[in-house]
Design a protein around this ligand. Structure first.
Ligand code: SF4
Ligand code: SF4
Length: 405
């Protein structure tokens, strides 16, 4: 028997705005090209005045740019949103008197400033009215949600300084993701939850990917950025989102409605709604996917062939069907699990410190210390695989995965 939805009705952006998204081919990172693409996208989707209401009336508009800044890594590794895409966005608003920009994120490794330096963002602070801030304060914002009746995470700890910005622009990166299939616009906003509290949210949701997706959707609806952009020029496939393989996908997508952009981009890369817990949960919550419409300058479709997922697509569909009450041992046998590649591990213990379930530890063997995982405690959040700087954690297929091939 299908599980009943855990919510009643939710007001999605598509019910108040149109759910069109714009996408444009882009073979390489060149500032002038990116500025042209963004300018066209903003115009086609309604124009700056409509997408950013009264922005010209603001005496000093403050704009928050939320990139995907997972860790300090150069752009060739396709881990982070490319700095030129941020610069192109900044150029769109530079004519506004007194405008200022903040680039902020809560990287999985290190802080935002050090990650931004390695990712090549620092020049932006010299060239433009830009500051880089680390999302690290722990004050709670329990009243952010537009409808507390429909939200199941009323006390989600969002970065409290967010209310100081007039407009938020979400700049996601197209990457695969062990737990959620892909990280796109909706998932990218999880970086607005300060550092260690992200692990607490994972633990709170446990092995229930649908619940975690619901939390992400609540967060997205609460924060409600003005605009969403996906950097899919150089993307990441395979063991993403931290250690996958860069893949030239060659386009940029954008829109006001994050669910529409996510749907469009996931389709272009061969994913379907059942493959992606966030979109699947949104559909169960009543999101009208039939209204989504993609706009392209020449009305061409983009199709990326053989885009490699982090886990088999068929398995991602099956995982959501395993009820949370199923015996832990059985779940352990059936589902994919993280395993350490000891030949690559340098025992930095980053994974141990970030494991929300306390399932990781260093063995007591002082001669041959090893990082260990207690699989019965593991909640399959795959944060360890996401964070490991050496790609020393892989996801080993469980029985479901093997059968689904
Ligand atoms: S598995 Fe990766 S993150 Fe964990 S200790 Fe080894 S190198 Fe560090
Ligand atoms: S071992 Fe890895 S996947 Fe399991 S709970 Fe810890 S961080 Fe998450």
């Amino acid at each position: 028997m299908p599980r009943p939805p855990v919510y009643d009705t939710v007001m999605f952006p598509s019910q108040t705005i149109d759910s069109r998204f714009y996408y444009h081919p882009c073979d390489q990172y060149r500032l002038s090209t990116l500025v042209d693409i963004l300018s066209t996208g903003v115009r086609v989707l309604g124009g700056r005045a409509r997408l950013f209401p009264r922005i010209s009336d603001h005496p000093h508009p403050r704009i928050l740019l939320k990139p995907n800044l997972l860790k300090g890594a150069s752009w060739e590794r396709a881990v982070n949103t490319h700095p030129l895409l941020l610069e192109a966005v900044i150029r769109l608003f530079l004519d506004l008197p007194g405008v200022s920009f903040t680039i902020a994120d809560s990287p999985g490794i290190g802080n935002c400033r050090s990650a931004a330096r390695v990712a090549g963002y620092r020049y932006l602070t010299d060239k433009y009215p830009v500051v880089i801030r680390n999302i690290s304060d722990h004050r709670r914002m329990g009243d952010l949600f537009p409808s507390s009746e429909n939200s199941i995470f009323r006390n989600l700890p969002v970065w409290s300084y967010i209310t100081g910005y007039d407009f938020i622009i979400n700049l996601a990166k197209l990457k695969t993701h062990g737990q959620l299939g892909m990280t796109l616009c909706v998932k990218n906003l999880f970086g607005l939850v300060p550092g260690t509290l992200k692990a607490a949210q994972h633990f709170h949701c446990g092995t229930d990917h649908q619940r975690f997706s619901r939390m992400l959707i609540d967060l997205c609806l609460a924060v409600s950025p003005s605009f969403h952009i996906i950097d899919a020029v150089l993307s990441m496939e395979g063991n993403g989102p931290g250690s996958g393989t860069p893949r030239q996908t060659g386009f940029v997508a954008m829109g006001r409605d994050p669910f529409a952009v996510d749907l469009g981009v996931s389709r272009m890369t061969g994913f379907r709604i059942p493959d992606l817990p966030v979109l699947k949960t949104a559909r169960e919550m009543g999101y009208p996917f039939s209204r989504v419409r993609g706009l392209h300058p020449e009305d061409k479709s983009v199709s990326i062939r053989n885009f490699q997922p982090a886990r088999p697509r068929a398995l991602m569909r099956l995982t959501g069907l395993i009820p949370p009450w199923l015996n832990k041992t059985l779940r352990h046998i059936l589902t994919d699990k993280p395993v350490i590649r000891h030949d690559r591990c340098n025992r930095c213990l980053l994974c141990v410190r970030h494991c929300a379930a306390g399932a990781m530890s260093l063995s007591a063997d002082s001669l041959h210390p090893r990082v260990l995982i207690q699989h019965k405690k593991c909640i399959k959040c795959y944060c360890c695989q996401e964070l490991c700087p050496r790609g020393a954690i892989r996801i080993r297929p469980g029985i479901l995965s093997v059968l689904s091939r």
